[in-house]
Design a protein. Structure first.
Lengths: 432, 312, 303
């Protein structure tokens, strides 16, 4: 702990002196303006009691201590209607200074000019240390050279499994390839008449959410070394051999191997299927650890994450959440003062710890709250891919969701479903 | 207004005393109408009519909020009628209406009629029937999500007692829409019943008594006297109920998000997706104009079928 | 008819039963229906007093093993319930008063007065009822954003934030409802014209007719309207969500979303808070029920 502090102190000194030198050299290089006596507004969607407590009791008081006389009004919202709230705010021109956004927001905000590019602030602010963010996350928020947001959290999905259930089925090692995974799934599945008592692998929930299929599907596509859009974002890449391999594999898991049902079993309230012992394996984020510790502490010693599976390649997907500065903030340099504070290492540590998030800064790998399980999840970052940087991903997801439904329920051949999804997506892309 | 002017002219010609003249102007139908409608119409013009015209304008443009609307002619309308998903939303909405309105209205009317009798406990029963109306859509949707839950749900629990295998209510393409219809009827009976009850107060008791003395059965009474006399109220309920179904957003948002297989993808959900999901405000606007026209046609049909007896 | 002849023919207990049969059937039907209507609500109440672990068990438990009122105190503390209530009552009271008054005035004009363009205006208004609010949000939001002389705006609505983040902004779209205009019109159409005509012959003005005859006699429809207006305003979620940014201005439905967060739903507290949110509506309903059923119209007809 003291070690880390001294390193931080060292960095602070180094950064301060180099920043001072930079300002002296470049004159009007923009940097966070002094934020004393400013009224900030902040829109938070990452809403849970622990996060709110961390903000009210630690983070905001510390900000006000550092910026005397300032105040921060936080508008807490949940994801359900956040989109409407922000769209309406931007349409009318009355927005918060700093706001949170989800995994697909960076290209949208850049395209609409709703977010202030942060390159100048970041380049001039060495103390804050942009290089501490992994390259993949940096790329995710950099749109055609403009850094439009700063990550505050990443949702890395990796394979979680019930050690005990696997051991009872005679499997002692966590699966690492598709073949091992299938063997483990077959060994642990328990059928109950026409249905399932235990799914060897839990693919999707029964609750009617349009994202339920394509999110896990995307990870299988990544493992098959396929991708969603072509590199230049002009066409859909789902009509590839790789994507077909992934979809046929999933269809086989449902209909041929019968290790998962479609639609899947229902979670019991907040107790997800894995924690409720209705499934032996599931692709999930570090939130699994929080759920188990909170609702199923008895399972804490049986449920573990393992590094992403290897199909054609070892891969997973990362959902990157980030903070933006609104293009309508009166003085972006002042708002940068708040944003840099919120994404500073010490603040991100408080924040990530409060919600058991996977932090976006590499230096937090050794943070106190990082459990062994959590470190495995963060390690998966090396294998993670992020979304393509198209500005209308939400519209593009829809045809996949629809065709996945057809293929997984057995109404349509996998190849046909992918071909139809591809042509529907290409049609949308052509119209953009 | 013009009527007022002509009345005034007429009054002047007669040469009546000015106080009388003012009174007659003040008491003219046109002036009173003007007075009574001024505030509501101004407010509604700002809150509803202007946005509707703005929407009509947007429906001929491509608009994504960040740059000014660009005129695209009928392209958005072409999309509405040629895009499979968008067109299916029209069919789904009509199916929803056909499944919910007749049954929902009839049930509400029958229950209102039964609860209009002087039977013991009617006040209590009325309150029970009204209960679903009082909770917000968010809360009732949450409760129904649990009722419909495939593994832990109440409905499958009851079916299990009867030996019927569990159903995926909201995830089964053949059951999803009907599941929403059930929730909709459940949620609307109370409010429609209240309107019917208020309407039943207007039916002169002596007419029904007279019919009873003449030997009409309760059923005959209901069909031959109550229903015809209740026409304006039935019309009102049918029209507002239909409209509420066309606008029903919360349930779909909370329960199915348009799925499975787009079976519950209604027009309002499609509009919402286009406006707030894909930021294609022009398409959303075109679809909502089509929606408006369809409801208008349905309303006119209702007016025709349940023809009003003006000034009964 | 068959009933009566049957009754005449047979005597004794069977006849008594048969005479009562319709009533019994009515009760069976009504009680079975009421059961279905109440069940979800009963579950809400039951969940609100359950300990967390009993909410999602494999067995369905209607009566919790232990009564846990902790959920209520938790819900009360976490939401700043008194403030939510004050805000919601303010917004709702204005909506109810305004919608009843303006609705009945406009309804009277459309039902009873002859003026040029009546049907045109009426159908224009009726049409707007059919547009989903999701489409209107952005234009109406622009309207309150550029509302003159509010929130730092000048006369032309520039310079400030208008009614955004004020209770006035929450109230604004609820001052008048087309539904209300339509409802009052329908009821006034069914009003016996003779009474009004007699009053006019006696020298009563049109406004006098409205105020002295129609208003006192429209308690049922006013009660109905008040109930609807109350419910919409009380249960409104989307509009307050986009207008209000500060905790101190939140209404009760926004307050409820505290329990529906990213990490899942706090069912027990949510249901406890929902019960608290619903109680005023039920009380109002029971109170208004007298007006809903005892219209003064029938007596007027007998004359």
């Amino acid at each position: 702990m003291s070690n880390k502090l001294s390193r931080r102190d060292f960095l602070k000194i180094a950064a301060t002196s180099s920043t001072a030198a930079g300002i002296a050299l470049l004159g009007a290089q923009p940097i966070a303006a002094q934020a004393d006596g400013v009224e900030f507004s902040l829109a938070m969607v990452d809403w849970s009691d622990p996060v709110q407590t961390a903000f009210e009791e630690t983070i905001i008081p510390r900000f006000i201590e550092e910026n005397p006389g300032s105040s921060v009004t936080i508008n807490w919202t949940n994801w359900g209607r956040y989109n409407e709230e922000m769209t309406t705010a931007f349409a009318s021109g009355v927005t918060p200074d700093v706001f949170q956004g989800g995994a697909v927001w960076a290209p949208q905000m850049a395209r609409r000019n709703w977010a202030v590019p942060l390159n100048d602030f970041i380049n001039a602010d060495e103390e804050w240390d942009w290089d501490d963010f992994p390259a993949g996350l940096q790329a995710d928020v950099t749109i055609r050279g403009d850094i439009v947001a700063v990550p505050y959290r990443q949702d890395l999905r990796t394979l979680w499994y019930n050690k005990e259930m696997l051991a009872e089925a005679g499997i002692d090692e966590a699966p690492s390839t598709w073949e091992e995974f299938l063997a483990a799934a077959q060994a642990t599945t328990v059928r109950d008449g026409a249905g399932y008592a235990v799914e060897g692998y839990h693919f999707s929930d029964a609750s009617g959410n349009w994202q339920r299929d394509w999110q896990p599907f995307l990870m299988w596509v990544h493992m098959a070394d396929g991708q969603f859009l072509s590199d230049d974002l002009s066409t859909c890449a789902l009509d590839s051999e790789e994507a077909l391999t992934a979809l046929e594999w999933l269809v086989a898991l449902v209909h041929e191997h019968e290790v998962t049902s479609y639609p899947g079993l229902d979670p019991q309230g907040d107790l997800n299927v894995l924690a409720g012992r209705n499934a032996a394996m599931q692709l999930s984020s570090a939130d699994m650890e929080r759920v188990i510790n909170l609702y199923a502490p008895d399972e804490a010693e049986t449920i573990y994450p393992t590094l992403p599976l290897t199909g054609a390649v070892q891969a997973t997907h990362s959902w990157v959440n980030k903070f933006f500065i609104s293009s309508q903030t009166p003085d972006p340099a002042v708002s940068w003062g708040l944003l840099r504070f919120l994404t500073r290492q010490d603040i991100l540590e408080v924040y990530s710890a409060s919600n058991n998030n996977t932090p976006p800064r590499l230096s937090l790998l050794e943070a106190e709250y990082m459990s062994e399980k959590h470190k495995v999840v963060l390690e998966s970052a090396v294998y993670a891919r992020t979304f393509p940087q198209h500005h209308n991903l939400i519209a593009l997801f829809r045809p996949i969701a629809a065709e996945l439904e057809q293929a997984l329920s057995g109404n349509k051949a996998a190849a046909d479903a992918l071909a139809d999804a591809t042509s529907a997506i290409n049609e949308i892309l052509a119209d953009e | 207004m013009s009527l007022a002017v002509s009345e005034r002219v007429a009054i002047k010609a007669e040469g009546v005393d000015w106080r009388d003249r003012i009174y007659r102007f003040y008491n003219s139908q046109a002036f009173v109408a003007f007075l009574f409608l001024l505030i509501p119409v101004l407010l509604l013009a700002a809150l509803k009519i202007w946005p509707v015209f703005y929407n009509l304008y947007l429906s001929f443009t491509r608009y994504e909020l960040f740059e000014p609307p660009r005129f695209v002619g009928l392209k958005n309308y072409k999309y509405v009628f040629t895009n499979k998903t968008a067109f299916q939303s029209i069919i789904n909405t009509l199916l929803f209406t056909i499944e919910a309105v007749p049954i929902g209205t009839a049930l509400a009317l029958i229950i209102a009629k039964l609860l209009d009798q002087s039977i013991r406990g009617r006040v209590f029963l009325r309150t029970l029937y009204y209960l679903p109306v009082v909770s917000s859509v968010v809360v009732s949707a949450m409760i129904w999500r649990w009722i419909y839950s495939p593994q832990h749900g109440l409905l499958n629990f009851f079916l299990g007692l009867l030996g019927i295998p569990p159903q995926h209510w909201l995830n089964d393409p053949n059951l999803a829409l009907i599941s929403l219809v059930i929730v909709t009827i459940w949620g609307s009976i109370g409010s429609n019943m209240v309107i019917f009850l208020a309407g039943l107060q207007d039916i002169p008791r002596d007419v029904i008594e007279a019919a009873r003395v003449d030997g009409a059965s309760s059923l005959q009474n209901f069909l031959l006297i109550t229903v015809p006399l209740m026409r304006p109220v039935i019309l009102f309920v049918v029209v507002t109920f239909t409209i509420s179904i066309f606008r029903n957003f919360g349930l779909i948002f909370m329960l199915t998000q348009g799925g499975p297989f787009n079976r519950t993808n209604t027009m309002v959900w499609e509009v919402y997706q286009n406006v707030f999901g894909y930021l294609r405000l022009g398409r959303g606007a075109a679809l909502s104009v089509v929606m408006l026209i369809i409801v208008l046609i349905l309303t006119l049909i209702s007016f025709r079928v349940l023809r009003e007896r003006q000034g009964a | 008819m068959a009933n009566q002849s049957m009754r005449r023919r047979s005597q004794g207990s069977f006849a008594v039963w048969e005479a009562r049969l319709p009533l019994i059937l009515t009760y069976v039907f009504l009680i079975a229906g009421a059961f279905v209507m109440v069940m979800p609500f009963a579950w809400m109440v039951s969940t609100s007093v359950k300990p967390d672990r009993e909410i999602f068990g494999d067995t369905i438990r209607w009566i919790p093993t232990e009564l846990d009122l902790q959920n209520y105190t938790d819900a009360f503390e976490q939401t700043n319930m008194p403030r939510l209530f004050v805000n919601t009552v303010a917004v709702t009271a204005v909506a109810v008063a305004s919608q009843v008054l303006l609705g009945s005035m406009a309804g009277y004009a459309f039902a009873r007065l002859q003026f040029r363009g009546k049907m045109l205006i009426f159908f224009a208004l009726l049409t707007t009822m059919m547009v989903p609010f999701e489409v209107l949000i952005i234009p109406v939001f622009l309207l309150i954003r550029f509302f003159p002389l509010a929130g730092g705006n000048d006369l032309l609505g520039q310079g400030g934030t208008g009614l955004i983040n004020t209770l006035g902004g929450v109230m604004f779209p609820n001052f008048v409802s087309v539904f209300g205009v339509f409802l009052f019109r329908q009821f006034y159409l069914g009003f016996p014209k003779e009474i009004e005509e007699a009053a006019i012959v006696d020298g009563c003005s049109r406004i006098g007719v409205y105020w002295r005859i129609l208003v006192p006699n429209s308690k049922p429809v006013m009660g109905t309207m008040a109930l609807f207006a109350f419910l919409w305003s009380w249960n409104d979620f989307l509009w307050p969500l986009v207008v209000v940014k500060e905790d101190s201005l939140k209404t009760i439905q926004l307050g409820l979303s505290v329990f529906d967060q990213e990490q899942g739903t706090a069912w027990a507290e949510l249901m406890a808070a929902s019960v608290m949110a619903v109680v005023p509506v039920i009380i109002l309903y029971i109170f208004l029920q007298r007006f809903l059923v005892s219209g003064g119209l029938t007596s007027g007809l007998k004359g």
